[in-house]
Design a protein around this ligand. Sequence first.
Ligand code: ZN
Length: 377
Amino acid sequence: MQFSQIIGLEDIKQTLAGAIQHNHVAHAQLFLGKEGSGNLALAVAYATFLNCENKTPESTDSCGTCASCYKFNKLIHPDLHFIFPTSTTKQITKRDEAISSAFMKDWREFFIKNPYDSLKNWSSAFGGEGRQCMIPVEDGRNIIRSLALKSFEAEYKVLVIWLPELMNSNAANAILKILEEPPEKTVFLLVANSAENMLVTIQSRTQLVLIRPFGDEEIKTHLIEKMGVTAERASQVAMLADGNLNEAYRLLSETQNISQDSFRDWMRTCFRFDIPSMIKEADKFNELEKEAQKSLLQYGLNMLREAFAYRFGGENLVRADKQMMEFIKNFSKVIHENNVERLQEKLTTAFFHLERNANARILFLDLSLQIAGIFKQ
Ligand SMILES: [Zn+2]
């Protein structure tokens, strides 16, 4: 993970990079930030930069291409260790076997997919199904054993503890002991959402790095530039998310799911030239918030593009989850070079009129008839 891959937070990145440039690397640091903040992403980017083989006194970020960066980016570097909360699962039923090392593959996928994600989603990602998560003493013991070894190849061994507030007291005491007598060239990065339940003795042995929540503008820019969201919708989501990027993603996917189902049903209606259903659908779309109406059209434009790409290149050219892929496959049967442009034009024009406050009921019914007509040709 590089600093440049993390959204906004330029002020904090500068401070963190500065500490490395000036050789002020504290051996134990507490990255304290709320859920959905950049605390974990920043800790991993910091560790990556710390060990980058190409860093010079002028660099402000890891290079992303050296052997060390390559392994850090995939979280497979032998000197990068993780501890995180776990629980038993269907497969691992004994509590003392449900430790971080048993879930590394899930952890890597989870982090790489969304480094701002929550404990709740982590639990479903590894199969904990909402059981209470914690860091057991076995994790603490394990880590002490692996840290006692010399580093394999990196300048610094790094241990990242995600949510140390969920260590049970024996685990906390084991970690405390190692913080008191730290092995050489080892950096401990504790990444917490709250310091309330952490041993005061642990807090006092770590340097506090406060990670502020993302700003509305930072989230908004990210949604527009990286997620293709309209400016209006991005502002709305950013405001509701209140600095929690993970919540912003959740809010977005909520509207996406609505669009997905609605668009699929709507296209079926058009394909059948089923006018009574078209009228019903226009009524239904009329009830939606304007942003949802626009997001439906936007979604339709994306699907047209994907279905057309599918026709020529199959699944390789298409970015979609399983359910969406199923729809794209079917949709691609009726999308071809003789109608794709006209369909795009109809949706784009409708989008334009919606933005200018056209009557949504009439607009959607008219659009349905036009699309149905194009399908029929
Ligand atoms: Zn590098």
